[in-house]
Ligand binder design. Sequence first.
Ligand code: AMP
Length: 184
Amino acid sequence: MFGCPGVGKGTQAKLLAKSLGITHFSTGDILRNAVDNETAAGKEAKEYMKKGELVPDEVLSDIIQDVIHESNGFILDGYPRNKQQVKYFFEIMSQESRQLNKVVYLKADREICIKRMKARGRDNETEKTIKKRIKIYEEETLPIIEMFPPSKVMIVKTLNKPEAVNQDILETLSHSFSQEIFSG
Ligand code: AMP
């Protein structure tokens, strides 16, 4: 799942995981849990998360390796988020003989994303951190979409209700998979 903070990645990843019967991993959720449980990763991540900054890549590396190693099919939400993470992601995927099926790129106007972030009321999402998160997304995360094969990227707008967007995703997925089977 790819897209701006507040675009609905978590909501859509959950719905899609349910529809497809596969696991949903959110690096944000994993890190929030780690902070609550005061694990080593959590202690390292805490201050960055509070400020709305990206947690250092090394903190995420083991988490991602475990996720990819332990699961056969999964939806990854919140990773990768910069160039270094994309490189690491492809490296581990290849090591574990896993294939990337699709990048679901969720899109909505920035104002809508900001409104949604304000509405969900997480402690670390103040006016200031929301601005910072959007800036980091635009500078570090958005450019990485170019690092995926264009044929893998599917764009879905998240303007409608969550269930309707989920239907859009499922429909687009079924088209692209049947085309792949057809051509391949
Ligand atoms: P999220 O719930 O995906 O918005 O993530 C919440 C916070 O967790 C982010 O603001 C980052 O501080 C941290 N985080 C989640 N995923 C990553 C990642 N891939 N790289 C670095 N930091 C991350």
